[in-house]
Design a protein. Structure first.
Length: 149
């Protein structure tokens, strides 16, 4: 199950990046409706949330039952300056964190997959549950990006 999930995570990241690279430059910053995100914002958001997810995985693998801090994605665009950021750098970050995470997680045994952290809102989360959340998050943004192209 975890090997299949890791494969899905890996392929969905590659799909997201290919899709992001195909967005017409003139559509990158187009906002579909008030309060919604442009394709550029979706790309930056995935890069920033991947950084959060990577830290979660590293902490669960190296600290006994660490706290998993939730993040407020609605504060990301302003606080992390989405309107002024480089799409290329965000895509490079997504691809690099995917490669790092796949490299780390592909080497784990069953005992390591059962390691867990404590999320302040969701309770105990195992590595496999974290990977499922991370993959679901990514797939949701693939669909969002498809709707913006």
């Amino acid at each position: 199950m975890t090997k299949e999930l890791l494969t899905t995570f890996d392929s969905s990241t590659q799909e997201f990046c290919a899709l992001a690279k195909s967005v017409n430059i003139f559509k990158l910053h187009a906002v579909p409706a008030p309060g919604e995100w442009s394709a550029a914002y979706v790309i930056h958001h995935l890069a920033d949330s991947d950084a959060q997810f990577l830290v979660r995985f590293i902490n669960v693998l190296t600290i006994d039952r660490p706290a998993i801090v939730p993040f407020d994605e609605e504060s990301f665009p302003e606080g992390l300056r989405y309107k002024d950021r480089s799409i290329a750098i965000s895509l490079n970050a997504i691809e690099a964190s995917r490669a790092q995470l796949v490299d780390i997680l592909s080497q784990l045994d069953d005992e390591a997959w059962n390691r867990a952290g404590i999320h302040s809102e969701r309770g105990e989360l195992s590595l496999s549950t974290l990977l499922q959340f991370t993959t679901d998050h990514r797939v949701g943004h693939i669909e969002q990006l498809k709707g913006l192209i």
